[in-house]
Design a protein. Sequence first.
Length: 227
Amino acid sequence: MDSEPLIRIEKLAKIYRSGDNDLVIFRDLNLEVAAGEQVAIIGESGAGKSTLLHLISGLDTPTEGAIYYKHKNISGLPEPDLSAFRNREIGYVWQQHYLLPEFSARENVSMPLRIRGTNGAKASAEAMASLEEVGLESRAEHRAGELSGGEQQRIAIARALAASPSLLLADEPTGNLDERTGEMIFDLFEDLRRRRNLTTVLVTHNLQFARRCDRVLRLEGGALTCA
């Protein structure tokens, strides 16, 4: 793990304004994540964990403060640049798999590559390599509805990693799975992280999984503390 932070967040605030009433999600929040580190974020529902991931990925913009990724402040980038940044640097896995039901597993995994402009044959080959990494190359031509819940989430992980991101963000990736399948998915996360030296920020309610990460941070009252 490198000592230089991949992500640096300074005095971050997210406030939803509605008339005279402000909903403060957090204010003056600071965080550093080193390259290659795996950080778990825990906290009560509504604490702002998903909001924080959205801000780190550029899916949302902060009210105040700055988010630095490899020394570049992404919080003020225009949307076209943010979109390119997400496609190039970020892999995202949600609690829901969000696979496109009309497409095969291979087509779903190749989607970020096609958006990037990779030609069809190369995107397909790289998607197959990503499916092999999660052990599902034999299911490449199956549609999402033909797969089990655990297989769907492994396809979603393959899609997140197909474009070789530097940072993987995962929002309750085992939340919809039974205990055994969730354990298999988390084992896969750890294996992929080691092989790719992947920086990972994981939101989870599962304390057992959280404690297997390098650090566990609790988001509570708008602040991050060591848990």
